[in-house]
Design a protein around this ligand. Structure first.
Ligand code: NAI
Length: 333
């Protein structure tokens, strides 16, 4: 029923609950392809700040040639409005993207309120980074239309989203959310079931664990390790994932495994357990974290973090444009 209404009604309204960093970004993404967006926050001043920032960022992106979508920045901005009423935000929405802070009790409270306001076709999406959807949605009466839609940060410049169903999320919700995310240019990654860390953070944590071990054991400095990623592997990964990379690094995946499989198995078996430093329970753990922090502060002092984030986001925007241009020229060939 939902799929039908989405397809028949054309662009509808999307409700964004929570207008912080992630909510603001989702609003811009939906507006970029013509959806009307209603932004709600428990803190009304947050909504006004978000609306102001959205308008200026859209203009800035337009000037830099990194604006998403085809509508002019001013038109995109007009599609996003604020509201001080949760009901107004979610009622009649075809899709809701909740972006409140990462706290299970708060998420359950907010969703319980939304649950009583929506009609029986609205899809209910949460941006949660780490909470499995069953924990948030178990008691909702509309739980079969609940799904996690977890973006990468900053979502506007990292166009992907993980779609994580609860055991009771129906197939129509899984399929329609995937279609919707494709339509807004946020490349969907569908998980067959929920699991801690979803996919993105499981990969990120595996990588971080190896980095931690190599630095802790004095094999490499944090700065040199970052060079391996940003000027080595990361250059490739900005264009293709690790699976396509291995396919290309030999004569196909079978050949890659024939050539390197045993080495990979042996090296990986030498990797060691998850570093206890993450938990900071012992003096030694805390000393490891302090040393790592101090080393990173040499690269980016804390007072320069904001400046460096702005630099990163500009770089990501330019990279996104390059990737879109490459995809377009490949299509034209
Ligand atoms: P944030 O702290 O920037 O924004 C949260 C907003 O929610 C604030 O404006 C706050 O006033 C509002 N809020 C609090 N209680 C509310 C309520 N009851 N009703 C409506 N609004 C309420 O947080 P951020 O970073 O935007 O994160 C939001 C969600 O997105 C979290 O679940 C987080 O895990 C997830 N996420 C965050 C990423 C990140 O790197 N920041 C990346 C991907 C997902």
């Amino acid at each position: 029923m939902f799929q039908k209404s989405l397809r028949m009604s054309g662009k509808g309204s999307v409700g964004i609950v929570g207008s912080g960093l992630i909510g603001k970004s989702w609003a811009m993404i939906f507006a970029s392809v013509g959806y009307e967006v209603k932004l709600f926050d428990v803190e009304p001043s947050q909504v006004s700040t978000a609306l102001e920032n959205i308008k200026s960022e859209l203009l800035e992106f337009e000037e830099a040639g990194t604006l998403r979508g085809t509508l002019p920045a001013v038109e995109q901005g007009k599609l996003i409005t604020g509201t001080s009423s949760l009901k107004d935000c979610v009622q009649d929405a075809i899709y809701i993207q909740e972006c409140v802070p990462e706290n299970l009790e708060l998420k359950i409270k907010v969703w319980t309120e939304i649950d009583g306001l929506v009609d029986e076709t609205t899809i209910l999406g949460s941006s949660t980074s780490c909470i499995v959807p069953s924990l948030i949605s178990e008691k909702l009466k509309n739980r079969e239309r609940f799904i996690v839609a977890h973006p990468c940060n900053p979502p506007y410049h990292t166009p992907m989203v993980e779609l994580v169903p609860a055991p009771w999320t129906n197939q129509e919700t899984r399929d329609t959310t995937r279609e919707l995310m494709s339509a807004i240019g946020q490349g969907p990654v569908s998980l067959s079931r929920e699991l801690p860390g979803f996919v993105l953070n499981r990969i990120q944590y595996a990588l971080l664990n190896e980095c931690w071990r190599l630095i802790r054991d004095g094999i490499v400095s944090p700065q040199d390790l970052d060079v391996v990623m940003k000027d080595g592997m990361g250059m490739r990964y900005a264009l293709m994932g690790p699976m396509e990379t291995i396919h290309l690094n030999a004569d196909g995946t079978q050949n890659y495994c024939d050539r390197y499989g045993e080495t990979i198995f042996n090296v990986s078996s030498d990797s060691g357990p998850v570093p206890t430093g993450w938990k900071q329970e012992s003096e030694a753990d805390r000393a490891e974290v302090a040393a790592l922090h101090a080393a990173l502060c040499e690269t980016v002092p804390l007072e320069k973090l904001y400046e460096r984030r702005v630099w990163r986001d500009k770089g990501l925007a330019a990279l996104g444009k390059l990737k879109r241009d490459l995809a377009k020229s490949a299509k034209d060939e």
